[in-house]
Design a protein around this ligand. Sequence first.
Ligand SMILES: [Mn+2]
Length: 307
Amino acid sequence: MSRTYPLVSLIGAPTDVGAGHRGARLGPEALRIAGLGEALVARGVDVADRGNLDGPRNPWQKPVAGYRHLAEVVAWNRAVMDAVGAELRIGRLPILLGGDHCLGLGSITAVARYCRDTGKQLRVLWLDAHADFNTSQVTPSGNIHGMPVSCLCGIGPEELTRLGGDAPAMRPDEIRQIGIRSVDPGEKQLIQQHGLDVYDMRYIDEIGMRRVMEEALEGMDENTHLHVSFDVDFLDPSIAPGVGTTVPGGPNYREAQLVMEMIADSGRMGSLDIVELNPILDKRNRTAKLAVDLVESLFGKSTLMCD
Ligand SMILES: [Mn+2]
């Protein structure tokens, strides 16, 4: 079976300004060293590595009015939004190499804008242990990597909700969250209030990953732009130790492969974030290598014996 692949651009965003641990700033290099670009080229994908974006250093301060490093988070997300938007407009598939998950805000704001401009339907798959739907009132930490989804849905500080000019950047019914197993109490209430579609681990255990993915991908058509926001802590920590916020009970290797293969089979992925990889906490770059392995599956490499 031959496939044609979109042209891919790698964009590094080496920062952890939104995180509670330092180290995700090293993620882009760890992914490159694990051979991300080479693996895609080997699949016949045209890959352009745009290098790393630049932005403010991590000041490592306490929260101010419920947010840590708000100004720095805004600056990094503007850079990400501009870079991702530029690749989409020239017809390429941007892969954001984070960096912490606050960057999903800039990335998805750009994708949502692109979809509005081109009349496409947006679908976001949020693969994560956490719902990232916190606000300054309910956040225990003030770390903005716990808030990108609420900000995208228009709940949060103006600087973030209006990053792309309009708010909200997207509607709650455009996102499906998979692998969720750690939600703060106030966050849970907000999620229910806004009607987010959450496929938590309990649901995955009960109905199986295949049906979960069928439901999460349901309703897409040839006019759908699928954005995949892959927080590496989605994976069970036994296979992916290199993240700041490990939560036990995540998808295993086979379930994760199935997720990626079903996304590939949909043929609709138009943009991707790989975030929260923390090489400081990793073992011999194992988690980065696993991420590369899974991205190969996103681009159609089958784990079956024949395809
Ligand atoms: Mn996340």
